[in-house]
Design a protein. Structure first.
Length: 256
Protein backbone atom coordinates (compact mmCIF):
# COMPACT_ATOMS: atom_id res chain seq x y z
CA UNK A 1 0.00 0.00 0.00
CA UNK A 2 1.02 3.64 -0.38
CA UNK A 3 2.70 5.22 2.63
CA UNK A 4 -0.07 6.65 4.86
CA UNK A 5 -0.25 10.44 5.00
CA UNK A 6 -3.00 10.93 7.60
CA UNK A 7 -2.54 8.73 10.67
CA UNK A 8 -4.62 8.55 13.83
CA UNK A 9 -2.77 7.11 16.85
CA UNK A 10 -5.03 5.56 19.49
CA UNK A 11 -2.19 5.23 22.03
CA UNK A 12 0.98 7.14 22.83
CA UNK A 13 3.54 4.71 21.42
CA UNK A 14 2.91 5.22 17.68
CA UNK A 15 2.76 8.98 18.25
CA UNK A 16 6.14 9.02 19.98
CA UNK A 17 7.65 6.72 17.35
CA UNK A 18 6.43 8.84 14.44
CA UNK A 19 7.81 12.02 16.02
CA UNK A 20 11.16 10.31 16.63
CA UNK A 21 11.18 9.25 12.98
CA UNK A 22 10.63 12.87 11.97
CA UNK A 23 7.13 12.09 10.70
CA UNK A 24 4.92 13.80 13.27
CA UNK A 25 3.35 15.78 10.44
CA UNK A 26 1.52 12.64 9.33
CA UNK A 27 -0.43 12.42 12.61
CA UNK A 28 -3.93 13.93 12.52
CA UNK A 29 -5.33 12.59 15.82
CA UNK A 30 -4.00 11.25 19.13
CA UNK A 31 -4.93 9.68 22.47
CA UNK A 32 -5.82 11.75 25.53
CA UNK A 33 -3.11 9.84 27.39
CA UNK A 34 -0.32 11.02 25.12
CA UNK A 35 2.55 12.50 27.14
CA UNK A 36 5.41 12.16 24.68
CA UNK A 37 6.37 14.30 23.01
CA UNK A 38 4.85 17.16 25.01
CA UNK A 39 4.22 19.18 21.86
CA UNK A 40 1.88 16.51 20.45
CA UNK A 41 -1.09 17.61 22.56
CA UNK A 42 -0.63 21.19 21.42
CA UNK A 43 -0.41 20.22 17.78
CA UNK A 44 -2.90 17.36 17.42
CA UNK A 45 -6.59 16.88 18.29
CA UNK A 46 -7.50 14.26 20.88
CA UNK A 47 -9.87 11.63 19.48
CA UNK A 48 -9.57 8.69 21.89
CA UNK A 49 -9.00 7.61 25.47
CA UNK A 50 -7.52 4.14 25.89
CA UNK A 51 -10.30 1.60 25.60
CA UNK A 52 -12.63 3.85 23.61
CA UNK A 53 -12.77 6.78 21.26
CA UNK A 54 -15.00 8.82 19.02
CA UNK A 55 -15.51 7.01 15.73
CA UNK A 56 -17.24 10.13 14.43
CA UNK A 57 -14.28 12.39 15.27
CA UNK A 58 -11.80 9.91 13.85
CA UNK A 59 -13.71 9.52 10.57
CA UNK A 60 -14.05 13.30 10.27
CA UNK A 61 -10.25 13.55 10.15
CA UNK A 62 -10.26 11.36 7.02
CA UNK A 63 -7.32 9.18 8.08
CA UNK A 64 -5.81 6.66 5.72
CA UNK A 65 -4.57 4.61 8.69
CA UNK A 66 -5.58 4.21 12.34
CA UNK A 67 -3.01 2.61 14.64
CA UNK A 68 -4.00 1.02 17.97
CA UNK A 69 -2.74 -1.37 20.60
CA UNK A 70 -3.85 -4.73 21.99
CA UNK A 71 -7.09 -6.57 22.63
CA UNK A 72 -8.16 -3.76 24.96
CA UNK A 73 -8.95 -1.67 21.88
CA UNK A 74 -10.65 -4.52 20.03
CA UNK A 75 -14.14 -3.02 20.23
CA UNK A 76 -12.99 0.38 19.03
CA UNK A 77 -11.05 -1.27 16.20
CA UNK A 78 -14.16 -3.24 15.24
CA UNK A 79 -16.28 -0.07 15.13
CA UNK A 80 -13.68 1.71 13.03
CA UNK A 81 -13.47 -1.18 10.59
CA UNK A 82 -17.26 -1.17 10.34
CA UNK A 83 -16.94 2.53 9.44
CA UNK A 84 -14.63 1.53 6.57
CA UNK A 85 -11.43 2.73 8.21
CA UNK A 86 -8.08 1.01 7.69
CA UNK A 87 -6.90 -0.19 11.12
CA UNK A 88 -3.56 -1.57 12.28
CA UNK A 89 -3.44 -3.06 15.78
CA UNK A 90 -0.10 -3.92 17.35
CA UNK A 91 0.17 -6.18 20.39
CA UNK A 92 3.80 -5.86 21.47
CA UNK A 93 4.47 -7.39 24.88
CA UNK A 94 8.26 -7.84 24.99
CA UNK A 95 11.29 -5.62 24.51
CA UNK A 96 12.06 -7.31 21.19
CA UNK A 97 8.50 -6.79 19.99
CA UNK A 98 8.71 -3.09 20.92
CA UNK A 99 11.86 -2.83 18.78
CA UNK A 100 10.08 -4.70 15.98
CA UNK A 101 7.18 -2.22 16.05
CA UNK A 102 9.63 0.68 15.65
CA UNK A 103 11.15 -1.08 12.64
CA UNK A 104 7.75 -1.82 11.10
CA UNK A 105 6.61 1.78 11.51
CA UNK A 106 9.84 2.95 9.93
CA UNK A 107 9.06 0.88 6.84
CA UNK A 108 5.46 2.05 6.90
CA UNK A 109 6.41 5.72 6.51
CA UNK A 110 9.55 5.29 4.43
CA UNK A 111 11.96 5.93 7.27
CA UNK A 112 13.67 2.54 7.47
CA UNK A 113 17.16 3.99 7.96
CA UNK A 114 16.08 6.27 10.81
CA UNK A 115 14.20 3.39 12.45
CA UNK A 116 17.29 1.15 12.24
CA UNK A 117 19.38 3.84 13.92
CA UNK A 118 16.84 4.19 16.72
CA UNK A 119 16.66 0.44 17.28
CA UNK A 120 20.46 0.09 17.27
CA UNK A 121 20.72 2.88 19.81
CA UNK A 122 18.28 1.15 22.15
CA UNK A 123 20.01 -2.21 21.66
CA UNK A 124 23.41 -0.64 22.40
CA UNK A 125 22.14 0.88 25.64
CA UNK A 126 20.55 -2.42 26.71
CA UNK A 127 23.77 -4.32 25.99
CA UNK A 128 25.80 -1.77 27.98
CA UNK A 129 23.52 -2.14 31.01
CA UNK A 130 23.70 -5.92 30.81
CA UNK A 131 27.50 -5.82 30.82
CA UNK A 132 27.47 -3.75 34.01
CA UNK A 133 25.53 -6.31 36.04
CA UNK A 134 26.76 -6.82 39.57
CA UNK A 135 27.37 -10.15 41.25
CA UNK A 136 24.56 -9.62 43.75
CA UNK A 137 21.23 -9.49 41.95
CA UNK A 138 18.39 -8.03 44.06
CA UNK A 139 14.87 -9.41 43.77
CA UNK A 140 12.17 -7.01 42.62
CA UNK A 141 8.41 -7.00 42.96
CA UNK A 142 6.94 -4.60 40.39
CA UNK A 143 3.27 -3.86 41.06
CA UNK A 144 1.14 -2.60 38.20
CA UNK A 145 -2.03 -2.34 40.31
CA UNK A 146 -2.79 -2.67 43.98
CA UNK A 147 -6.25 -4.28 44.27
CA UNK A 148 -6.32 -6.86 42.93
CA UNK A 149 -2.55 -6.96 42.95
CA UNK A 150 -1.13 -7.24 39.44
CA UNK A 151 2.55 -7.87 38.77
CA UNK A 152 4.47 -6.32 35.88
CA UNK A 153 3.83 -7.28 32.28
CA UNK A 154 6.50 -8.99 30.18
CA UNK A 155 8.40 -5.95 28.87
CA UNK A 156 8.55 -4.53 32.40
CA UNK A 157 9.89 -7.83 33.73
CA UNK A 158 12.53 -7.89 31.00
CA UNK A 159 13.56 -4.30 31.70
CA UNK A 160 13.87 -5.08 35.43
CA UNK A 161 16.32 -7.84 34.55
CA UNK A 162 18.19 -5.69 32.00
CA UNK A 163 18.60 -3.09 34.77
CA UNK A 164 20.31 -5.69 36.94
CA UNK A 165 17.65 -7.32 39.11
CA UNK A 166 15.47 -10.41 39.20
CA UNK A 167 11.71 -10.14 38.74
CA UNK A 168 10.10 -12.42 41.34
CA UNK A 169 7.11 -12.98 39.03
CA UNK A 170 8.92 -13.42 35.74
CA UNK A 171 6.81 -16.44 34.74
CA UNK A 172 3.57 -14.62 35.46
CA UNK A 173 4.73 -11.62 33.41
CA UNK A 174 4.09 -13.61 30.23
CA UNK A 175 0.35 -13.44 30.91
CA UNK A 176 -1.16 -11.11 28.32
CA UNK A 177 -4.36 -10.59 30.28
CA UNK A 178 -4.27 -8.71 33.58
CA UNK A 179 -6.08 -11.55 35.37
CA UNK A 180 -3.22 -13.88 34.41
CA UNK A 181 -0.89 -11.68 36.44
CA UNK A 182 -2.86 -11.48 39.68
CA UNK A 183 -0.72 -12.18 42.76
CA UNK A 184 -1.50 -12.60 46.47
CA UNK A 185 0.09 -11.17 49.60
CA UNK A 186 1.22 -14.68 50.47
CA UNK A 187 3.05 -15.09 47.16
CA UNK A 188 4.86 -11.77 47.57
CA UNK A 189 5.84 -12.51 51.18
CA UNK A 190 7.12 -15.96 50.21
CA UNK A 191 9.27 -14.50 47.40
CA UNK A 192 10.98 -12.01 49.78
CA UNK A 193 11.68 -9.20 47.29
CA UNK A 194 14.52 -6.80 48.13
CA UNK A 195 12.86 -3.95 46.21
CA UNK A 196 9.23 -2.98 45.80
CA UNK A 197 8.20 -0.75 42.88
CA UNK A 198 4.67 0.57 42.43
CA UNK A 199 3.38 2.01 39.17
CA UNK A 200 -0.36 2.45 39.51
CA UNK A 201 -2.06 4.10 36.53
CA UNK A 202 -3.91 7.19 37.71
CA UNK A 203 -3.29 6.58 41.40
CA UNK A 204 -0.32 7.67 43.54
CA UNK A 205 1.53 5.27 45.80
CA UNK A 206 0.21 5.25 49.37
CA UNK A 207 3.13 3.91 51.39
CA UNK A 208 1.14 3.34 54.60
CA UNK A 209 -1.27 1.02 52.77
CA UNK A 210 1.61 -0.99 51.33
CA UNK A 211 3.50 -1.29 54.63
CA UNK A 212 0.38 -2.41 56.49
CA UNK A 213 -0.44 -5.31 54.17
CA UNK A 214 -0.74 -8.71 55.93
CA UNK A 215 2.69 -10.24 56.53
CA UNK A 216 4.56 -7.59 54.58
CA UNK A 217 6.65 -6.43 57.54
CA UNK A 218 8.78 -9.57 56.98
CA UNK A 219 9.63 -8.58 53.39
CA UNK A 220 13.19 -7.20 53.02
CA UNK A 221 11.94 -4.41 50.71
CA UNK A 222 9.66 -3.16 53.48
CA UNK A 223 11.98 -3.63 56.46
CA UNK A 224 14.83 -1.91 54.57
CA UNK A 225 12.57 0.86 53.24
CA UNK A 226 13.27 0.05 49.62
CA UNK A 227 9.86 1.20 48.46
CA UNK A 228 9.71 3.12 45.19
CA UNK A 229 7.20 4.61 42.78
CA UNK A 230 7.49 4.94 39.01
CA UNK A 231 5.53 7.15 36.65
CA UNK A 232 3.36 4.77 34.57
CA UNK A 233 3.86 6.93 31.48
CA UNK A 234 7.54 5.94 31.29
CA UNK A 235 7.23 2.23 32.01
CA UNK A 236 3.74 0.89 31.26
CA UNK A 237 3.56 2.08 27.64
CA UNK A 238 5.32 -0.35 25.27
CA UNK A 239 7.20 2.19 23.21
CA UNK A 240 10.39 4.27 23.27
CA UNK A 241 9.60 5.78 26.70
CA UNK A 242 10.09 2.51 28.55
CA UNK A 243 13.35 1.82 26.70
CA UNK A 244 14.79 5.20 27.67
CA UNK A 245 13.38 7.04 30.71
CA UNK A 246 11.79 3.88 32.11
CA UNK A 247 14.94 1.79 31.90
CA UNK A 248 17.05 4.63 33.29
CA UNK A 249 14.71 5.02 36.27
CA UNK A 250 14.74 1.28 36.95
CA UNK A 251 18.54 1.24 36.82
CA UNK A 252 18.79 4.04 39.39
CA UNK A 253 16.33 2.31 41.73
CA UNK A 254 18.06 -1.05 41.51
CA UNK A 255 21.57 0.37 41.96
CA UNK A 256 20.59 2.68 44.85
Amino acid sequence: MLSPRRIVCLTEEPTEILYLLGEGKRIVGISAYTCRPLRAKKEKPVVSAFTGGSVKKICALKPDLVIGFSDIQANLAKDLIAANQQVLIFNQRSVQEILDVISIMGRLVGREKRARLLVRGYEKNIAALQRRRKKRVPKVYFEEWMEPKICGIRWVSELVEIAGAKDIFRKKSFGKLAKERFVSDQEVVAAKPDIYIASWCGKPLIREQVISRPGWSAIPAISNNRIYEMDPSIILQPGPACLTDGLECLSKIISA
